[in-house]
Design a protein around this ligand. Structure first.
Ligand code: BGC
Ligand code: NOJ
Length: 811
C-alpha cells in the first residue's frame, strides 16, 4: 500500500494521507540553521547543534507520536482545524504534503477554505520561513481566526528535558509589534535569542503554554482556540511558547498570504542590549525585513530550488529504470547532503542529544557528498582529522558547535583511523586538490602539535599495524565498524555502556577480519596516493604491511567457505562454521572481497556464494547467521538484540553495498543489482505499510528473516547507508569513478541491460556518457570513443575546458 507518490519533475514526494505508517519527515536548511519537519508539521529547529542550541521543543517517544512542532490552528465558526491534520486531527476535505529539496509544503482544505503552509530555511539565513496561504473557495464570506504555535526549548536540549527545578523558573520573553521574542538566559552567559514573527498586525498573542492550552489539555485542544480568543499571556518561567493571533476575512475566491519567520540571533557582548533588560532586536528585524513580502519569500524559494538544480546536475543518470533514476538523481543525493550535515545527531530516531559527529560516520558520509560541494567536504576533513590523537587513534565523536572531541565516548574504536584515508582520497579524486595534504592539522585540537594532513593519513595507517594481535590481524579495540561487537567488554552490569566499557582489554587477543579487509582496501589506496605524490619510500614501507596483512588473512582468516569475522578475547573464532550461532557475518566477507583477497584462488566467489546462501533473504542481506538467541558476554551488545534486529541479524542497510561492490570485483553485475534493488527505498514504495519508514530515503535497518516482523524498517535518514548505496550504484554498478587522473569508467551491470546514459560534471567539464551493452555482458569495457575519436583507456582525461564532451563506452 502507498501513502503518496513521487513527483519527479518537482523533485517531491507527495503524501496524500496524513496517517503515514510512521511520521515521514524532511529536513530544512543545509548549513547553520536546521529544522526537522514531519508530514503533519511536527519536529523542531536548532542552530548548528541539536544538543546545545535547540530552539524549539519536541517530545520524542511521546503519546501520541510526533508531539511538538510548528502548528497553525484555524477557527472557522465552531470548527477548528490544522492544515497538517495534526494536531487538531479534524477530518479534512483534502490533505497534501509535499516534501521537496529542503522545503515542505502542507495543504489542508476544510469547508471551502484551503490553508497551505510552505516551510523552508532560505540559503544563508538563520531562520525558518513559513508562508501561510489562506484561500476561500466557498461562496460565502469567511471570517477566520488564526493561531500560530511553537514552543521554545531552553537551548540545551538535554537540560531542557531534565532540569525542571531550574527550568520552570528561568523562562523569559519579550513582545514587540508582531514579533514574539524568546530570551531565556540571555541576561547571563548567552548571547543569543530566538524570535517568531508574522508580517501582519496581530490582534493578540500568547507566550505562556499553560494559558494557551490549559494545564490538562493536549496539543489538539488549546483552550484559547476553543474560546476563540487569545490569552494575551506573558511567560514568566514555566514553559514559554510563541503564538500569534489574528483575524482574517476572505471574500469568495479571495486569498491572503502571511509570512512567519522563526529565527535565531547572536549578538556581541557590547551589542546585547537596547536598554536595560531590553534585548537588541536589530538583527532580528533585519532578517524579518528580508522576508516581509510574498515576493521576497518566493524569490528565496526560487534561489533554493536553483541551488538544488545545480547540485543535482553534477551526476545524472538516465537508465530507463524510473525507480533507479529518481534515487540517483534526486533522493539518494539529497539524503547524502543530510547525512553530511547531521552525521547521526538529529532525526526521528536520533534524539539530537546523544551523539555528535562520528569520526567514521562523517568520513563515510563524504563519499556520497564530496561531488556536491567539495569545499565543504574539505573543511569537514580538516575538522575530523583535528580530533585525531598523535598515535593515529581518534575520538569516536565530536560536537559540531565546538568541533572538539567528545570525552564521554573517547576513542579506541580501531577501525576509525582507516576511514580518514577514504574521506581524504575521495576528496582528492573528485577535485584534484592535492594541496589539502599539506594543510597543517592539529592533533586533539592542539595546534602546537600539528602535522600535515598527509602525516595524519600516515599515522592512521600505522595505528593499525601498531595494534596487531597474535595472528598478525588488527586488534579490534572497543569495536570496529560494528559498534556492537564488543569483544573486550564482558559486561554483566546493565548500567554500563557497551560502547565505552572495556572490562578486559589488557592481553586481549580480539582481532577483526573486517579491519583487516578495510586495511587492505585503504592501505592500497594510501599507497597509490603516496606514489601519486612521489613519496616512493612511504609507498614501499606501506606495501610491505599490506602484503603481510593479505597473507595473514589468507592464513588465519579463511574458514573454508567464507572469511571469519573475528577472533575473540581468548583467541577463539567468531563467524566460523565451528560456531553454533553467528557462523557467518557480512562485514568481513564484504571487506575481504572488496580488497580482492584470494581472488585468484576463488576465495571471493566462494565467500559471496556463502553470503547468498546463508545471509540473503527477501528483504536484503542480514548481518549474521544464525542469529544469536542468547546473550554471549564475550561478544557484547550484538547478542543483546532480539534475533533479526539491528546488529543481530538485522538487514543493516549500510553494509549491504559492501557485498554489492564485492560482487562487482568478480564481475557479477546481476547479483549486485539484485541486492541493490532489495533495499532501495523507491523499490519498496508499494509495501510502505510493512516497511513503515519513508519510501524516499534509506533506513539504517530492515528487520531480518529471523525477526518477528521481517521487512519492517527503522532508523530512517541518518545512516551511512545513504552514502554507501550512492557510492556503489554510481561508482561500481554504473561504474563512473573519479580518479586522480581522470574519470574511470568501469560499469558492472545486469547482462540484460542494453545500456544507460550518465551526465557527469567533473573537474571543469561535462561528460555525456553513453554506455552500450549490445554484447549482453556484465563487465568489461571494449571500446571508448570520446568526441568521435577512439581513446585507448577507460580513464577519461581531465578536460577542464568548461565544455561538454560526448563519450561512448562499448561493453
Ligand atoms: C547501536 C549501533 C550504534 C551504537 C552507537 C548501538 O546501540 O546498535 O548501531 O552505532 O549504539 O552508540
Ligand atoms: C551506527 C553507527 O553510527 C555506526 O558508526 C556503526 O558503524 C553502525 N551503527 C554499526 O554498528
Amino acid at each position: 500500500m502507498k501513502f503518496g507518490y513521487f513527483d519527479d519533475k518537482q523533485r517531491e514526494y507527495v503524501i496524500t494521507d496524513p496517517k503515514t505508517p510512521y511520521p515521514w519527515i524532511n529536513y530544512l536548511g543545509n548549513e547553520d540553521f536546521f529544522s526537522l519537519i514531519s508530514n503533519t508539521a511536527g519536529g523542531y529547529t536548532f542552530y548548528k547543534d541539536a544538543k546545545f542550541r535547540r530552539l524549539t521543543r519536541y517530545r520524542y517517544n511521546n503519546v501520541p507520536t510526533d508531539a511538538g512542532g510548528r502548528y497553525f490552528y484555524i477557527k472557522d465558526g465552531d470548527t477548528a482545524w490544522s492544515p497538517g491534520w495534526k494536531p487538531m486531527k479534524t477530518q479534512l476535505d483534502k490533505y497534501e504534503c509535499r516534501h521537496g529539496m529542503n522545503y515542505t509544503s502542507i495543504e489542508g482544505v476544510k469547508d471551502g477554505v484551503s490553508a497551505k503552509a510552505l516551510f523552508f530555511v532560505p540559503l544563508k539565513t538563520w531562520a525558518e520561513v513559513q508562508k501561510l496561504t489562506l484561500t476561500n473557495n466557498s461562496n460565502e464570506v469567511k471570517k477566520l481566526k488564526i493561531f500560530s504555535f511553537t514552543e521554545w526549548a531552553l537551548w540545551n536540549a538535554a537540560a531542557d528535558m531534565e532540569n525542571f527545578q531550574r527550568n520552570f523558573s528561568t523562562g523569559e520573553v519579550e513582545i514587540e509589534d508582531s514579533v514574539l521574542y524568546h530570551k531565556t538566559e540571555y541576561k547571563e552567559r548567552r548571547n543569543h535569542y530566538a524570535y517568531y514573527s508574522v508580517n501582519a498586525p496581530i490582534q493578540g498573542f500568547d507566550t505562556d503554554r499553560e494559558t494557551f492550552f490549559g494545564l490538562y489539555n493536549g496539543f489538539h485542544e488549546p483552550q484559547v482556540v476553543e474560546a476563540g480568543k487569545p490569552g494575551m499571556s506573558i511567560a514568566h518561567g514555566w514553559s514559554p511558547i510563541a503564538s500569534h493571533y489574528f483575524e482574517v476575512e476572505l471574500k469568495p475566491g479571495e486569498a491572503k498570504d502571511y509570512v512567519f519567520v522563526l529565527g535565531y540571533v547572536e549578538n556581541k557582548d557590547e551589542e546585547k542590549w537596547e536598554s536595560k533588560n531590553i534585548i537588541n532586536k536589530t538583527k532580528a528585524k533585519e532578517t524579518i525585513a528580508k522576508f516581509n513580502t510574498v515576493e521576497k519569500v518566493d524569490t528565496a524559494l526560487a534561489e533554493l530550488r536553483m541551488y538544488w538544480d545545480n547540485l543535482l546536475s553534477i551526476y545524472r543518470v538516465d537508465s530507463g529504470e524510473e525507480k533507479l533514476d529518481r534515487m540517483v538523481n534526486i533522493w539518494n543525493q539529497y539524503q547524502c547532503m543530510i547525512t553530511f550535515c547531521f552525521s547521526r545527531s538529529a532525526s526521528y530516531f536520533e534524539s539530537g542529544i546523544g551523539r555528535g559527529m562520528g569520526f567514521r560516520d562523517s568520513n563515510q558520509d563524504l563519499i556520497g557528498f564530496v561531488h556536491q560541494i567539495p569545499e565543504r567536504a574539505r573543511e569537514r576533513i580538516i575538522d575530523i582529522a583535528s580530533t585525531q590523537f598523535p598515535d593515529g587513534g581518534c575520538y569516536h565523536q565530536y560536537q559540531p558547535l565546538t568541533k572538539k572531541g567528545n570525552n564521554d565516548i573517547g576513542g579506541g574504536f580501531n577501525d576509525d583511523p582507516m576511514w580518514l584515508i577514504l574521506g581524504t582520497t575521495s576528496y582528492i579524486k573528485e577535485t584534484g586538490d592535492f594541496s589539502i595534504l599539506d594543510e597543517m592539522v592539529p592533533f586533539d585540537n592542539d595546534m602546537s602539535i600539528a602535522r600535515t594532513l598527509f602525516d595524519h593519513l600516515s599515522v592512521s595507517f600505522d595505528h593499525v599495524i601498531n595494534n596487531l594481535g597474535p595472528h598478525g590481524l588488527p586488534l579490534i579495540g572497543r569495536a570496529d565498524w560494528n559498534d556492537c561487537l564488543n569483544l573486550n567488554c564482558f559486561s554483566n552490569d546493565p548500567n554500563e555502556s557497551y560502547q565505552t566499557t572495556e572490562n578486559q582489554s589488557k592481553g586481549s587477543k580480539a582481532e577483526s577480519l573486517m579491519i583487516a579487509g578495510l586495511f587492505v582496501v585503504y592501505g592500497n589506496d594510501f599507497i597509490k596516493l603516496c606514489k601519486r605524490v612521489g613519496n616512493k619510500a612511504e609507498a614501499k614501507r606501506c606495501q610491505k604491511h599490506v602484503d603481510e596483512m593479505v597473507a595473514a588473512v589468507k592464513k588465519h582468516g579463511w574458514d573454508g567457505e567464507w572469511f571469519l569475522r573475528a577472533y575473540d578475547y581468548f583467541g577463539n573464532k567468531i563467524g566460523s562454521n565451528e560456531n553454533e550461532e553467528g557462523k557467518i557475518f557480512i562485514e568481513s566477507n564484504g571487506w575481504c572481497s572488496m580488497a580482492g583477497i584470494g581472488k585468484e584462488e576463488g576465495l571471493i566467489e566462494k565467500a559471496l556464494d556463502s553470503v547468498k546462501e546463508r545471509l540473503d533473504c527477501e528483504h536484503g542481506i542480514v548481518l549474521n547467521n544464525p542469529a544469536f538467541t542468547k546473550y554471549y558476554i564475550e561478544y557484547g551488545e550484538i547478542s543483546s538484540y532480539p534475533p533479526g534486529y539491528k546488529e543481530n541479524a538485522g538487514i543493516f542497510c549500510h553494509n549491504n553495498p559492501w557485498i554489492m561492490i564485492g560482487e562487482t570485483v568478480i564481475g557479477r553485475g546481476d547479483e549486485a543489482w539484485e541486492y541493490f534493488k532489495k533495499i532501495c527505498p523507491s523499490y519498496l514504495e508499494d509495501v510502505s505499510e510493512l516497511h513503515r519508514t519513508e519510501p524516499y530515503v534509506y533506513s539504517q535497518m530492515i528487520a531480518g528473516k529471523d525477526a518477528f516482523k521481517p521487512g519492517e524498517a527503522k532508523n530512517s535518514w541518518l545512516t551511512g547507508t545513504a552514502s554507501w548505496n550512492f557510492y556503489t550504484i554510481t561508482q561500481y554498478i554504473l561504474g563512473i569513478q573519479p580518479d586522480y587522473d581522470g574519470l574511470k569508467i568501469e560499469p558492472c551491470i545486469p547482462k540484460d541491460w542494453k545500456g544507460f546514459n550518465v551526465t557527469r560534471k567533473f573537474r571543469g567539464a561535462t561528460y555525456k556518457i553513453k554506455v552500450i551493452n549490445e554484447n549482453a555482458v556484465c563487465k568489461g569495457v571494449s571500446k571508448v570513443i570520446i568526441d568521435g575519436k577512439e581513446h585507448s583507456s577507460n580513464i577519461l582525461p581531465i578536460f577542464a575546458d568548461g565544455n561538454t564532451h560526448t563519450v561512448e563506452i562499448v561493453m
